[in-house]
Write a protein of this length. Structure first.
Length: 121
């Protein structure tokens, strides 16, 4: 295979960029285009690879203290080493989503328990 010069590679890339649609600007708190959580309906996009799970989530920024970020990074690395390549990769964002789920579940549980106790048997 003949090696290409840098100028040829740049020309090819520029041509690809001109053919590609312009990127859509994402507004804060807005789901990425393409359906969000529901994804594409069954039967559409046959033969295409499915979207990675993180692309189905809504973007939300969060500011963490340096010690929180360091602890999250260390925990994600430790959990990834322990899983030995089985299952999905665990990231800091995975742990944050898990913590939010736990917080919401904890918040819901006392309210549900309280409502059940008030109902006459």
């Amino acid at each position: 295979m003949k090696r290409k010069r840098l100028a040829e590679l740049v020309r090819e890339e520029a041509g690809d960029l001109q053919e590609a649609p312009a990127p859509r600007e994402e507004r804060p708190g807005e789901a990425p285009p393409g359906g969000g959580l529901e994804g594409s309906p069954p039967g559409e996009g046959q033969g295409e690879r499915p979207l990675p799970p993180y692309l189905t989530y809504v973007r939300k920024e969060c500011r963490l203290r340096p010690d929180q970020l360091d602890a999250l990074t260390a925990l994600a690395r430790r959990l990834n080493r322990e899983r030995k390549g089985k299952g999905e990769r665990i990231t800091e964002n995975t742990l944050i989503r898990w913590a939010v789920d736990m917080l919401l579940e904890q918040y819901r549980s006392p309210a549900e328990t309280y409502q059940k106790e008030e109902e006459p048997s």
